[in-house]
Design a protein around this ligand. Structure first.
Ligand SMILES: [Zn+2]
Length: 61
């Protein structure tokens, strides 16, 4: 299933939020403010659906 990604504000890398949704679920999902421990910079980032994108090729795991 596609992975929900956000951009790390420190490194500007795309990081995996730990959430998996397909586009239909993503559009309809009521995602509040989430947090994710960032693998790129080590900080914890807050994000909402407005910050998120779907990594459509990231279906391997
Ligand atoms: Zn980060």
């Amino acid at each position: 299933m596609p992975r929900v990604m956000i951009e790390c504000p420190e490194t500007h890398r795309m990081i995996y939020t730990g959430v998996n949704l397909n586009w239909n679920s993503f559009e309809g999902a009521k995602i509040g403010e989430q947090t994710v421990p960032c693998p790129a910079c080590g900080a914890v980032h807050r994000w909402t659906r407005a910050d998120a994108t779907i990594d459509e090729v990231g279906t391997a795991d």
